[in-house]
Design a protein around this ligand. Sequence first.
Ligand SMILES: NC(=O)c1ccc[n+]([C@@H]2O[C@H](COP(=O)([O-])OP(=O)(O)OC[C@H]3O[C@@H](n4cnc5c(N)ncnc54)[C@H](OP(=O)(O)O)[C@@H]3O)[C@@H](O)[C@H]2O)c1
Length: 257
Amino acid sequence: MEKHLLIDNVKIPMLGLGTWPMSGKECSDTVAAAINMGYRHLDTAQNYHNETEVGEGIRKSNTARDELFIVTKVSTRNLEPGLLARAAEESLGKLKIDYIDLLLIHWPTADMILEETLDAMFRLREQGKIRHAGVSNFSPALFREALDQGPVICNQVEFSPYKKQEDNLAVAREFNVMITAYTPLANGKVSRDIRLKEIGKSYEKSAAQVTLRWLLQLGNVSVIPKASSIQHLKENLEIFDFELSREDIKKISEIRY
Ligand SMILES: NC(=O)c1ccc[n+]([C@@H]2O[C@H](COP(=O)([O-])OP(=O)(O)OC[C@H]3O[C@@H](n4cnc5c(N)ncnc54)[C@H](OP(=O)(O)O)[C@@H]3O)[C@@H](O)[C@H]2O)c1
């Protein structure tokens, strides 16, 4: 299976590392270890207060900037256009990079003027400070509204066997953009699920690997499991050497809780 999605002519690594709630040395060491193992997509946010450490981890890994896909998110207090531009500069400064691959609106708010916020993001794109604009925690209707305004390539939402996103996924497929699945392992709950473990047996894969693979095989999806243990980091990388049958995909898609 291909390890990248092709969205807006850009190759986006389907597997990323979630960095919340890591902080301090644990965060920079984990980011460096993950990159050295092969991770190429990193997810952080202003609200995680770890952009500095994510940047340290990136530098420690000695990996060329253009090999990495770095995602951060503007917090809800910075959605007004003037504040947004300043917040993006702050993220660039903390990460010590000169462009962000994908900047997301972390959460929509009731008083946000979506058109103005997105225009500010599109200006940052024209200035080369961000490569792509996206949103997070948007309903399918609001996601569609954002896509109608301009080049938005992603909606990052909670997505796991217990939290389905059929409607958001349908919008992403229609526009050929991406859903990034956060909390894809339901905070580790999937690894205790006997139904997922059972499916994994015939592939010699764990319930977590089966879950990540299911998400990727849905198409137009990237996943950002958080892992701090080396064992979990490795396990989550090993999802490209097997393929779930159509029957197993259906079984997982039918799980409701
Ligand atoms: N946009 C948003 O609003 C939003 C909201 C929440 C999260 N996020 C992003 O999504 C990322 C992931 O979500 P999350 O951290 O909430 O949940 P998650 O990735 O579903 O779960 C993380 C937990 O699963 C464990 N784990 C990792 N790999 C495993 C494996 N192979 N087998 C068993 N357990 C495993 C981790 O343990 P260890 O750490 O001990 O290895 C950790 O306890 C976050 O880090 C953040 O970047 C975004």
